[in-house]
Write a protein that binds this ligand. Structure first.
Ligand code: FDA
Length: 404
């Protein structure tokens, strides 16, 4: 168990490294700096550490992805993440997980999950922090930060802390009920950094108007495989109707690329050429109604709804071949109009954040203020769904922990 003591009962504490935020990136940074012999204090205003790790991956933490490359990250500078990701790889984190005898498995597409519980990842990080001599304070809010010759002075609710290095690991704005705040962005601005506009990512999309009317009672209907695209970006995975719109892995992925007004297209049958299939069905089942035939290709309730509102419905023999082929084209390119997202309340991540132009890509150190670092999600680097965001937290946390 990591040491959890009071910050000196009110009088100033001196440490080499103060890390604000005991989430994935903060704890990784703390153990790395601690192993270098630095005195490290981590403070977090939440009542326990790693809350997002605990709730991640449905309680099993999708802690990394075997296929990590910089291409799976969104940032205004797509090159920024390269250095840190290359120096701390999924293999490095897997080695740590194995050393702690945490059983894991690959679910799909390189996504690694704990067999048992996300708690094991938090436990592992806390155990490492304890061995590295890191001190952790929860329920400790931070306030004013000043910077002088000897480093940083940070006012906390447990007293003042002086630190040579200050690492900001406060994450993004997603899930405020889990302790998310914009403190990191405000601090960045205070020290002259640009903060790029933030928005919710990996988030369900909402529908409005007739799209919502037509599909809202399909909540719970799932398609195991669709291909969703916005411009040149496309993701093939599952999709789910919700009370307010659409979700599922394919939608969460595309949501990070979608902006209000963007054209969203869904290929409802990416695995099967629907044109040939429909023509064959007409020959095989001429008396069957289209909605029943389509019910073999798509979830029955969706097939029915699409026929009611969009495609029409007649026995198969009454459709010309060219009509069926045109209909297939529509099924491969369904234009669904999203009106917005569910927002930070349910988003897995926050896009945008501290502009990477002001940071060193190898150390995460500020180019404006020596000794100031930004790591993890607070930085304008956001990964796809599938373990990429934790890998960024581990990699950027390690990069800063090696030098702070
Ligand atoms: P993180 O959010 O982990 O930590 C920030 C810490 O800072 C928190 O402990 C917070 O309390 C603290 N803090 C904030 N403001 C503060 C302040 N003013 N003062 C003091 N402390 C403050 N990713 C992935 O790769 N695989 C997955 O399976 C999942 N699953 C998942 C599920 C859900 C529901 C969510 C919301 C997110 C995920 N993610 C994920 C994303 C992943 O959780 C996220 O990208 C990382 O936790 C980011 O790590 P950070 O350390 O940057 O922030």
């Amino acid at each position: 168990m990591a040491v959890q003591t009071q910050v000196n009962g009110g009088s100033a504490v001196k440490v080499d490294v103060l890390i604000v935020g005991a989430g994935a990136a903060g704890l990784m940074c703390a153990m790395t700096a601690g192993y270098r012999g630095r005195s490290v204090l981590v403070v977090d205003h939440a009542n326990k550490v790693g809350k997002k790790i605990l709730m991640s991956g449905g309680g099993r933490c999708n802690f990394t992805n075997l296929g990590v490359t910089p291409a799976q990250y969104l940032s205004s500078n797509p090159h920024f993440a390269k250095s840190a990701l290359a120096r701390y790889t999924p293999g490095d984190f897997i080695e740590l997980v194995e050393r702690h005898r945490i059983a894991y498995h690959e679910k799909e597409l390189g996504q690694l999950f704990c067999d048992e519980s996300s708690k094991q990842i938090v436990r592992m990080l806390l155990d490492e922090c304890e061995v590295a001599g890191v001190r952790i304070e929860t329920s400790c809010a931070v306030d004013r930060v000043t910077h002088g010759q000897s480093g940083f002075t940070v006012k906390t609710t447990r007293g003042e802390v002086h630190a040579q290095s200050l690492v900001v690991a406060t994450g993004g704005l997603s899930i405020p009920s889990m302790g998310a705040t914009g403190w990191g962005y405000e601090l960045a601005r205070q020290f002259g950094h640009d903060v790029l506009p933030t928005r919710a990512g990996l988030v369900p999309l909402t529908l409005s108007g007739k799209h919502q009317e037509h599909y809202q009672d399909l909540a719970g209907v799932a398609l195991p495989q669709v291909s969703v695209s916005v411009g040149k970006h496309a993701f093939r995975a599952g999709m789910l109707f919700t009370h307010r719109g659409i979700s599922g892995p394919a939608i969460l992925q595309i949501s990070s690329y979608w902006h209000t007004g963007d054209d969203l297209r869904v290929d409802l049958s990416p695995e099967l050429q629907a044109g040939d299939w429909l023509v064959a069905q007409r020959a095989a089942r001429p008396a069957a109604e289209l909605k029943n035939v389509l019910g073999d290709l798509l979830p029955k309730r969706l097939a029915q709804r699409l026929c009611e509102h969009w495609l029409g419905n007649r026995p198969m023999r009454q459709w010309q071949e060219h009509e069926l082929r045109a209909m297939a084209q529509r099924l491969h390119d369904w234009p669904i109009v999203a009106s917005g997202t569910e927002g930070y309340r349910t988003a897995e991540v926050t896009l945008g954040g501290v502009d990477t132009d002001g940071l060193s890509s190898s150390t995460m150190q500020s180019k404006k203020v020596a000794g100031l670092y930004f790591i993890g999600e607070v930085v304008d680097v956001t990964g796809w769904l599938g373990g990429y965001n934790f890998q960024w937290a581990w990699a950027s946390g390690t990069a800063a922990g090696q030098v702070a």
